[in-house]
Design a protein around this ligand. Sequence first.
Ligand code: BG6
Length: 488
Amino acid sequence: MPEKKNIVCDFAIFGVLGDLSRRKLIPSLYQLDREVLLHPETRIIGIARHDLSHADFVGKMRAALEIFVKNGLDEEVVERLLARLSYVLINIDQPEDYKKLLAATDQGRRVLVNYFSVAPNLYEDICQGLDHAGIITPETRVVLEKPIGRDLASSQEINDVVARVFAESQVYRIDHYLGKETVMNLLALRFANSIFTTNWDHDTIDHVQITVAEEVGIEGRWGYFDKSGQLRDMVQNHLIQILTLVAMEPPANMDGDSIRNEKLKVLKALRPITVDNVDDKTVRGQYASGFIKGNPVAGYLQEEGGNPRSTTESFVAIKVDIDNWRWAGVPFYLRTGKRMTTKRSEVVIFFKQLPHNIFKDSYRELPPNKLVIRLQPDEGVEIEMLNKVPGIGKGIKLQKTMLNLSFSDAFLGEHVADAYERLILETMIGNQSLFIRRDEVERSWVWIDSIQEAWASSNEPPRTYPAGSWGPVASVALLARDGREWEE
Ligand code: BG6
């Protein structure tokens, strides 16, 4: 693989004036430039349909940096980044306009990466326009943002539209969780440490919990969110990606397809959830008004511009069974919700209880070991284990203690890259391992659609939970039925 900073690119952003571009893409390009990870000749081409002068465009991008780059700007880097910019006005449905993009690029010299930071219903026009202008070569790349559809059929439609002009090896489907430092660290933890590689199956693990709790509500995105819900918005992509990384078999190497093949096998082994078992396996909830950090917040149905009769879920808990050799009898409990107590994402591995207890004076039942992988915030890894309390004359007293590795302490001073920085860089390098392959997206929709259909066929509304809590009481019962409880 070529050295990262040696790749010369034309990085074209469709929808450059939109929220994602201003909030994430342009600030991430700034950070890459600051880290000297952009080749001096790499250029950034902004595309939108507004009539803007070069100076106006550059002014807007500078404003985005000023708002969205945390911890202050380095003026030298800002100038360097702004000097890479050019603007091309394209009306997305006007094939002739794309010739202007052709003129602005130089594919003999630079790899062209097209980032579609626009709604998926515009992909077809853009793909046709790029094709019409003769822009697409075997080296051209395309980056697609979620959501890739809202069910299997619509995701296939989107994938078909793109596949008419791009081969799968040219397509980079983003799930920003795969760009997060700690999500990637799951691979290192699992496959670089023998204590975990050899203790990672039904023999040693009792169950796994994956929590992605959000403090935010739907943040003015009613139009999108109410049609989507937490199952499609968070589980179909982010939680399933974490689950596959925790559950997959060791890949032969770090090659994009080796990793994605293993993830796909996990997806194929997910036991379907249907009308017959949906009540036992899932809980869906919707937040009512409550308090976040002491401040009153509105309930989902009272959110501005909302439909007061909506039955869309803002919380989901699922008991997932993976029907394969490694995970037989080991449930994975997933839980995610908006307006929960705090923002926290973590994976907790509960090891099995020991068969015999010789420390009954301390514990009638020995608590099992726990491995906590904190994904955000305060990234780190903790192992809960039992230790003897120091001292003589009291017999052997045990106490739970934590081995705690905090990334911010261990890697002091290291810049923790935003997910988009890593992902943008990988699109430039041409490494697909952090991007979702078509068969992965479609397979996860098959599993999600079945849950969605089962919910639709029951008339039960979602259960309410107060904003600022850990979700509906029923999610506690989901684990209690198995004699377990959520890590809190
Ligand atoms: C997005 C969802 O993909 O992820 C949002 O559309 C959600 O609804 C967000 O809030 C969470 O991302 P993060 O990185 O803040 O955990």
